[in-house]
Write a protein that binds this ligand. Structure first.
Ligand code: LLP
Length: 418
């Protein structure tokens, strides 16, 4: 448990409310976020960066819900986007456009134009051909595009191979060895204005070492660029800080980024503005997914607990074999505990939420799938024509519906039939 999600008298609560009351009112599956948890996670970053030239650009992809973006923006965040869709959400959130950074290996010309017209703060460019295209698009609009090059520091973030991005075998970034040449090229183009350098080495990182290694390698480049007469305004270290799903012990954001700032200063780059792009570490443990136990199905090899949330709502177990804790909203006597394979209703054997979970549960009980604030709703689908779940944001004893449950009309809207 966390101080924001805790049991009282055998019932799981979020801040000042019983989660069961929210499940009853809004139905399940239901994502519930704690605003206090969100702001506490952000606070750890803000403590480290206080008094320094710095900007926290929340990675919208982790959870793009508009109310969450508004909450983070009002608390001082900029935003990291990766598509025209995320740009529109960001602009809708009220963020100052110059506090938006645009990441991603495959920006289209149309997306570049929209972002140029909006006046975003920085394009995080990932390849030589993208440099050329961005220059042309900026010139055609009579503008200069603010640019940072994403360099690939070739460090091993020691995380799941699908979410590790800093190795030279990945599609991301420009090789360390080619970065200087790429900056020289960018500096020669009239449609570009070099403002920074960035990297992002992976996600769910639970160790400080890869961060500090990446920082050293990027600072080597900053020094080489300076010697070549190319001055930078900021260094963007990306996102990636992990959270506790089971027993992981990631470094605290305040300790980690205080160490980062200290290294920057020690190497004479104390004046370089530090940008960060955290996603998971801000929202991941601020959200749970409530689900109803539909059936207990004893099997020959395993006992199945079939719940009403599936891989379309919670895709991380199926995609990454990810672990999410599953806990009951109502504690029952311990002698009722059984070992379950917790599965969803979707017609795939890969539709599982948890393996070998010890739970005391009866049909009709509600459960919370924990650590569901990041990369769950943002990767959700309509598979099996299931509507996306509703979402609620809690602050104290106030609950606000921030996304209604999708209806079939929402799904059929774009279809034209025969
Ligand atoms: N910046 C860039 C350039 C990124 O590619 C990402 C995430 C972030 C920031 C935010 O990283 P975070 O702080 O959230 O780790 N779907 C996977 C995670 C994919 C992460 C993709 N990039 C999962 O569910 O684990």
């Amino acid at each position: 448990g966390t101080p924001f999600f805790h049991y009282a008298d055998g019932h799981l609560r979020v801040e000042g409310l019983a989660l069961a009351d929210l499940a009853r009112e809004h139905g399940t599956p239901l994502f519930v976020y704690s605003q206090a948890a969100l702001l506490a996670a952000l606070g750890a970053y803000q403590r480290a960066l206080q008094g320094r030239a710095a900007l926290i650009c929340y990675a919208v992809k982790a959870n793009p819900n508009l109310a969450l973006l508004q909450t983070l923006v009002q608390a001082g965040c900029g935003l990291d986007i990766v598509s025209g869709g995320e740009l529109q959400r960001a602009l809708h959130s009220g963020v100052a456009p110059e506090r938006i950074v645009f990441s991603g290996v495959g920006k289209t010309r149309a997306e570049m134009r929209q972002a140029l017209q909006a006046g975003i703060g920085c394009f995080n460019v990932e390849s030589l051909p993208e440099i050329e295209v961005l220059n042309l698009e900026a010139l055609s609009l009579g503008r200069q595009a603010p640019l940072s090059l994403r360099v690939n520091p070739d460090v091993d973030a020691r995380t799941h191979p699908y979410i590790s991005t800093g190795l030279k075998s990945n599609k991301f970034g420009i090789a360390h060895t080619e970065a200087l040449g790429a900056y020289r090229r960018a500096a020669s183009l009239p449609g570009l204005r070099i403002v920074g350098i960035d990297c992002h080495i992976g996600s769910q990182i639970t160790d400080s070492a890869p961060y500090l290694d990446a920082l050293e390698r990027v600072l080597d480049l900053v020094a080489a660029l300076q010697a070549a007469g190319i001055a930078l305004e900021h260094l963007d270290l990306g996102g990636g800080l992990g959270i506790t799903y089971l027993d992981e012990c990631p470094p605290a954001a305040d300790a980690l980024f205080a160490a980062v700032l200290q290294r920057m200063e020690a190497r004479g780059f104390g004046n370089l503005k530090l940008l960060l792009e955290p996603g998971r570490s801000l929202v991941g443990n601020a959200g749970v997914c409530l689900t109803e136990a539909l059936y207990l199905k004893p099997g020959l090899a395993k006992n199945f607990l079939i719940v009403d949330a599936g891989m379309n709502d919670l895709p991380r177990p199926a995609l990454y074999q990810a672990y999410h804790a599953i806990v009951p909203l109502q504690l029952r006597p311990a002698q009722a505990v059984q070992c379950y394979e917790v599965v969803g209703p979707v017609c795939e054997s890969g539709d599982w939420i948890g393996h070998d979970r010890l739970l005391a549960v009866q049909p009709g009980d509600w459960l919370a799938v924990c650590s569901a604030g990041a990369y769950c709703t943002s990767m959700a689908s309509n598979y099996n024509s299931r509507g996306r779940a509703a979402e609620v944001l809690v602050s104290g004893s106030n609950a606000r519906l921030i996304r209604r449950r999708e209806t079939l009309a929402d799904q059929l809207g774009p279809e034209l039939g025969l």
